[in-house]
Design a protein around this ligand. Sequence first.
Ligand code: NAP
Length: 280
Amino acid sequence: MILIDGKKIAAELREELKKEVLSLQKKYNKIPGLTVILIGNMAPSQIYVRMKEKAANEIGLKSEVIRYPDSVEEKIVLDKIDELNKDDSVSGILVQLPLPNHIDKQKVIEAILPKKDVDGFHPMNVGNLSSGYESSVPCTPLGCYLLIKKIEPNLSGKKAVVVGRSNLNGKPMTQLLLKENCTVTMTHSKTKDLKAECLKGDIIVAAVGMPELVKGDWVKKDAIVIDVGINKTEKGIVGDVSFDEVSKVAKALTPVPGGVGPMTIACLLKNTIECFKRSN
Ligand code: NAP
């Protein structure tokens, strides 16, 4: 079984991106910039933003974090986004989710110019992705896609099963696999006989948020299995896939942690550079 080492693959990607930043700097005499807006002081968001800032700095991007208290008015955030949209030194804008209840998430997402939307959440990018046009792609599914391609460069005709249909993970994942000519089954909480659906997959991507949902006897021999889940349990952090069981049947499997997680941040950097290139 191939253990898909997301940490190593993400480090290689960051190294490539670092070189690309240098060559873009030479070509355009400026560097791509990522601005993150962080509202409130929820611990996980603080940690994610710190990791994103550190990763951006390490590859030579210009990075900035704008912090607001929980009580910030929606208008102040929207005005700041408007200012960043007009600022040529800002290539990508990310508003760290979740937001306090009094701020309309969709309004905030739609305020970001699609060409600066490094998260790929703007309806224009969602539509472009589903139409097969160039777009920003949400970072986690993009990371999963790159991991799958490392194992199997030609996905044409493969059967893929995506477990979970969130806008963040399942839906964009399905679009990326469709673009590669996979036959994709998208499953969710109302799917009847999830085990039978999973057993059809040459590729399974699980993005659910349920500890070890996908069992060993749900997986076809030699399938590629990507585990997006991050679940806190008594035995520590586990994914949506039963690692011990599935590692005995799968051809390749991502560990949790150390699989998809590191790719998510590397793909944010990749998206920032793509936004810069599209704007120049
Ligand atoms: P989400 O928005 O809560 O969506 C979960 C999806 O799973 C929904 O579509 C839901 O179906 C489906 N689902 C729930 N129970 C199910 C069941 N028993 N069988 C089949 N499908 C079921 O979650 P998310 O934001 O996509 O995140 C999923 C997981 O990925 C979480 O553990 C999260 O922490 C993790 N995550 C990891 C990363 C990373 O970088 N590694 C990034 C983001 C998220 P319905 O639509 O029918 O409700």
